[in-house]
Unconditional design. Structure first.
Ligand SMILES: [Zn+2]
Length: 491
């Protein structure tokens, strides 16, 4: 057997100005044999596809992989290019392969395409026809619409956030498709929506009652004969699209009624729990968050994590401004992986040891909190590429471009990068000669992915809300396309 393998993924923050363009996708893009070689063994959906191919003696045929993490909407040119490549690749090999294993995020949008993932699948269907076997592995934050379910033969989404199960999800999707290809089982999918637009900060699957909802889905998979796989999608609140919000997809061995009833039951449960899924009591304003962090840090043996979660592009300055203005009583602060290519380039030009005046971060949009005027000492500066050691994207190589570690005064250390990436593991410390235990407060911008590493590493995690593009209160956002009949817009 031979299976084509491809992926095109972006978590699109449609409220951001600008677009995510071809160079952003091209940085990590892989094609043909390089895709197979580069992603084998990685904790990614495609890594999972490749593992199943190896185990089941299937020849993988790499087409193209292009992803750009979480950023502004994809440009129309990027959509046309990568979807065009996947379709052209399938046109070339469709007579020689038995199906397609595809990774999509589920929150892809372009300025003119508000159901872009469905349009990717529809473009593929136009080439290969309605019966060609296609398995899709999605992110848990996918806004999965009915068109997506209609166009896929089978689909699966991550069960966890942090997404420690990316490869496992690729394997789930691939195994279900392969079992059908071998004639061992049928496939049917049920789909339901509870009408909830859940902010990313509340999509951490360790938080109750989401943890119980997820566990219930695992129990149903184990104990319901015929149910093969269940995906509870948390959706992505910051993509303003008609299908924005949570959804449930249940795969059975061919019983469409069972699939639909199970999906409806899970959607009903989420609906019943809608208000408690929003853990608003965990969210603090910046001043309160910093005060509590200092108080806890005074008596703690481990650093306190402050989470500026509303920041979508790793450059917002609200909490940093507060930390620079306050008397920290000798507390040491580290704000890793802040995005500021301009300042990073200036630091590299100035060199290690230099003192330099910077307008630091806060530049990606007016919501980012304005740049900070600082005089910084350059502790280290240079080009940086990291091979990920953390539990997510393990083994993948990420270019960070010009990078710098800066002492910006008042006990605050900042590290800068020039290509978007979030601090979610120990790499911002270990790969820059720093140690977490040398700091009292660590200021992060991740939503859920940091938890796998930072929950044990930190004394406490304090969430602060800021008026940036990813707030805990989604009712403050200027939605035009999302369904305003969803919770929390309507009780
Ligand atoms: Zn996600």
């Amino acid at each position: 057997m031979r299976l084509a393998i491809a992926g095109f993924a972006l978590e699109s923050v449609t409220f951001l100005p600008e677009t995510t363009d071809i160079p952003d996708f091209e940085r990590g893009a892989l094609r043909g044999p390089a895709l197979v070689e580069g992603l084998a063994g990685t904790n990614t959906s495609l890594g999972g596809f490749l593992e199943v191919c190896k185990a089941e003696e299937i020849e993988p045929v790499g087409l193209v992989w292009a992803g750009a993490g979480a950023a502004a909407s994809a440009s129309e040119a990027a959509f046309d290019k990568y979807v065009g490549e996947i379709v052209a690749g399938l046109a070339r090999v469709k007579g020689e392969v038995d199906g397609l294993l595809l990774h999509l995020h589920g929150a892809l949008a372009t300025p003119s395409r508000r159901n872009a993932d469905a349009q990717v699948l529809q473009a593929i269907r136009a080439e290969v026809g309605p019966d060609f076997p296609i398995a899709v592995a999605f992110d848990l934050h996918g806004n999965i619409g009915p068109d997506v379910v209609d166009a896929a033969t089978v689909l699966a989404g991550y069960h966890y956030s942090p997404h420690t199960d990316m490869a496992v999800t690729g394997k789930r999707a691939a195994r279900m498709l392969n079992a059908r290809l071998r004639g061992e089982q049928g496939l049917a999918m049920g789909y339901a929506r509870p009408g909830i637009i859940l902010p990313s900060i509340f999509s951490a699957t360790c938080l109750e009652p989401l943890a119980t909802l997820m566990q219930h889905a695992r129990d149903l998979e184990l104990h319901t004969p015929g149910v093969l796989d269940i995906s509870i999608f948390c959706g992505f609140a910051y993509a303003d699209v008609p299908d924005c919000g949570m959804s449930m997809v249940v795969v059975t061995d061919g019983d469409a009624g069972l699939a639909q009833r199970t999906a409806d039951r899970l959607a009903g449960l989420a609906r019943d729990w809608r208000s408690v899924l929003f853990r608003r009591e965990l969210v603090l304003d910046v001043a309160t968050g910093v005060s509590q962090a200092l108080e806890i840090a005074g008596n703690a043996s481990k650093p306190v994590c402050v989470l500026e979660h509303a920041d979508r592009l790793n450059d917002s300055t609200y909490t940093l401004r507060e930390l620079l203005a306050r008397d920290l009583g000798g507390a040491k602060v580290f704000a890793p992986f802040m995005f500021d290519p301009e300042s990073a380039a200036a630091c590299v030009a100035a060199g290690t040891g230099a003192s330099i005046d910077l307008q630091l971060c806060g530049k990606t949009s007016p919501q980012a909190g304005r740049p900070l005027n600082v005089t910084a000492k350059v502790i280290w500066a240079g080009e940086k590429t990291v091979k990920v050691t953390g539990p997510l994207y393990t083994g993948a190589t990420f270019k960070l471009g010009n990078a710098a570690v800066l002492d910006v005064g008042n006990g605050v250390t900042v590290s800068l990068i020039s290509i978007q990436w979030s601090a979610i593991d120990r790499d911002p410390f270990d790969q820059f000669g720093l140690k977490p235990e040398d700091f009292d407060i660590i200021l992060l911008r991740s939503k859920t992915h940091f938890r796998h590493v930072y929950t044990p590493l930190c004394e406490e995690i304090l969430i602060v809300d800021t008026p940036d593009w990813g707030p805990a209160d989604v009712t403050t956002l200027p939605y035009e396309f999302a369904d305003r009949k969803s919770f929390p817009f309507v009780a």
